[in-house]
Design a protein around this ligand. Structure first.
Ligand SMILES: [Zn+2]
Ligand SMILES: [Zn+2]
Length: 214
């Protein structure tokens, strides 16, 4: 999943990559998703109750997530890693549905698919929780990664809405994104879910970028 070397079907990494994978270990900060030992966030409350991820967005995890944008098959191993942290951190939560951060139409057309959706569907398959596409983008915003962090919350403000015939009322939702940077995108998606009366929203990402929480 990291270097692309052909390996045994049942493994995710080769022997060289496995020990170098940037796992987030120890007690986690619910606000930013980093390990408490690394966290330097300001503990700002978000519309999601907590964020978890198996990895920091660096090294082998960065490789895997960049490849996921082109090749859906990378969702398999990443979903396994996400499910492991879900089982560790969210084991006492009964999720009613799993959904993902939507991609705007232009990006989806360019990519051919939404990598967060592929990851969310795989997590749903592995956990047995229903996957439901709930959110859509109302208009296209600039790419978040091109913007300084102070502009990111504003850039995504109001760009999402709920798909008409989908309901989240009274539901506990697991929201999936591929990479969490400032958390602005997840926060805005969680806001919409809560505006439509979701009971509570928890987030999971394939990886979390260090020191970027808004
Ligand atoms: Zn490798
Ligand atoms: Zn933190």
């Amino acid at each position: 999943m990291s270097c692309g070397k052909v390996i045994d079907m049942n493994s995710i990494y080769c022997d060289d990559c496995q020990p170098k994978m940037p796992y987030i270990t120890g007690e986690r900060c619910a606000f930013c998703g980093e390990s408490k030992a690394d966290c330097s966030c300001k503990k700002h409350k978000h519309n999601y109750s907590s964020i978890i991820a198996p990895f920091y967005y660096e090294g082998g995890a960065r490789n895997a997530l960049l490849k996921l944008k082109k090749y859906p098959v990378y969702a398999e191993g990443l979903a396994d890693e996400c499910v492991a942290v879900i089982e560790e951190c969210y084991s006492d939560i009964n999720f009613d549905l799993i959904t993902c951060v939507p991609l705007n139409k232009r990006r989806k057309r360019l990519n051919g698919f939404n990598q967060s959706e592929i990851l969310a569907k795989k997590i749903a398959e592995k956990t047995g929780v229903e996957y439901s596409p709930v959110l859509l983008t109302v208009f296209d915003a600039k790419s978040q990664h091109k913007l300084k962090s102070i502009f990111r919350a504003g850039n995504v403000r109001g760009i999402y809405d709920k798909i008409k015939d989908r309901s989240v009322e009274g539901k506990t939702v697991l929201l999936v994104d591929d990479i969490k940077t400032s958390g602005a995108t997840l926060n805005e998606c969680a806001l919409i879910l809560r505006l439509y009366d979701a009971e509570e929203v928890f987030a999971v990402a394939g990886a979390v970028a260090r020191g970027k929480d808004m």
